[in-house]
Ligand binder design. Structure first.
Ligand SMILES: *Cc1c(COP(=O)(O)O)cnc(C)c1O
Length: 364
């Protein structure tokens, strides 16, 4: 037992935790998000009592009344972060305070209660500790953590709910994409977020709205979809769940600015910091689709990559849209800047280089 923000976590170990052999088997080739660990965290909120009843317990189904607000009006937010194995046999989480703060901002936008940072941090800490044997100690492996909050009040009226569940689940993961480059489909039909909307909040609704565009990308033989701004249908915003960077032949790097319609990625911000410290010419400026196409064709654009917690840094080799297909750089292998930024990111996340920013939160 311990307290966090005045809250006491009770811990009940899963009596049916998987055997070491079965766990090893499941963790050999983890497909992203398919394998569940033995435990979860659940904390309740009501307007009268605030946050209470914090538990670490066996992972399993939860009960919701069919009129629970989340099932009807999508009042839901989530986070994604990773616990990385460290060389001393321990584990560290990367910038969890940034996730805790973003979770609060998402909550505010969705009319949900703010979860104190201390509860967020302790919930992550406790789950990583109790499921420590689920951290894959393989090349590229990590334990993906998924904190989320749902409106659980049973009531069909439209208003912010008065009851919520905050939970954390975990999944051992390998690398999200298997090396090489990905191709992206530029959606000229669908947009992800409009000014004044929920684009900067990490909410499930944004993803629901992006799935058809993602399916369209697959239909066009592309791995991922990239969205343009909702006003001009011109400026590159981001992918369905990753931010995007461009590297030019003059050595400059560009990423779209946080305009309120883009999710403020922690990986994006980390890479901006690393690139600026290296003295690179880094710009947060809009980039129009016609320039992207022209620069890819002229060779002015030499690299392009996507970034996010799940996929780290993923080079983009091709863009495709109704007007045609355009290759970036070699098309098939990562550019130099993407590779070196990726390495720098992985090294700091795994505790291989000095952490000068206080980004690495050692758990054990
Ligand atoms: C989570 C997310 C990202 C990436 O954010 P990170 O903090 O870097 O993981 C980018 N775009 C969207 C839409 C997201 O939901």
């Amino acid at each position: 037992m311990s307290t966090s923000g005045g809250l006491t976590f009770t811990v009940t170990r899963n009596p049916d935790a998987l055997s070491a052999d079965r766990r090893t088997e499941l963790m050999a080739q983890p497909v992203f998000g398919r394998v569940a660990t033995d435990h979860m965290v659940i904390v309740r909120y009501t307007e009268e009592r605030g946050w209470h009843d914090a538990q670490v317990k066996a992972r399993g189904p939860i009960q919701l009344d069919p009129s629970a607000a989340v099932l009807h009006y999508a009042q839901e937010i989530f986070e994604g972060l990773k616990a990385f194995p460290t060389e001393d046999g321990g584990a560290a989480v990367f910038r969890p305070e940034a996730n805790a703060r973003r979770f609060q901002k998402s909550a505010e936008r969705m009319g949900m209660p703010e979860l104190p940072e201390s509860i967020f941090l302790e919930s992550v800490d406790r789950l990583v500790k109790i499921d420590r044997d689920w951290i894959p100690r393989i090349e590229g492996g990590s334990l993906y953590l998924r904190p989320f909050m749902i409106a659980s009040e049973a009531f069909l009226g439209v208003k912010p709910a008065s009851e919520y569940l905050y939970m954390v689940i975990a999944a051992p993961v390998g690398s999200y994409f298997s090396g090489g480059t990905v191709s992206v489909w530029v959606s000229e039909t669908y947009t992800r977020a409009a000014p004044g909307g929920t684009g900067a909040a990490k909410c499930g609704g944004n993803y629901a709205a992006s799935l058809l565009a993602q399916a369209e990308a697959k239909k066009n033989d592309c791995d991922q979809v990239v969205f343009l701004d909702a006003v001009h249908h011109r400026f590159v915003e981001e992918m369905g769940g990753m931010n995007i960077f461009f590297v030019f032949d003059d050595g400059s790097i560009r990423t779209p600015p946080l305009s309120g319609t883009i999710l403020p990625g922690i990986t994006r911000e980390t890479l901006l910091t690393i690139a600026r410290e290296r003295g690179l010419d880094v710009r947060e400026e809009p980039y129009a689709i016609e320039d992207w196409v022209a620069d890819a064709q002229s060779g002015h654009l030499v690299e392009c990559f996507a970034c996010g917690t799940a996929a780290a840094v993923t080079p983009i080799g091709k863009i495709r849209m109704a007007s045609g297909e355009y290759t970036i750089g070699s098309g098939s292998s990562s550019g130099q800047i993407a590779s070196s930024l990726k390495q720098a990111l992985l090294d700091v996340q795994r505790g291989k280089v000095e952490d000068r920013h206080g980004w690495v939160h050692k758990i054990f």
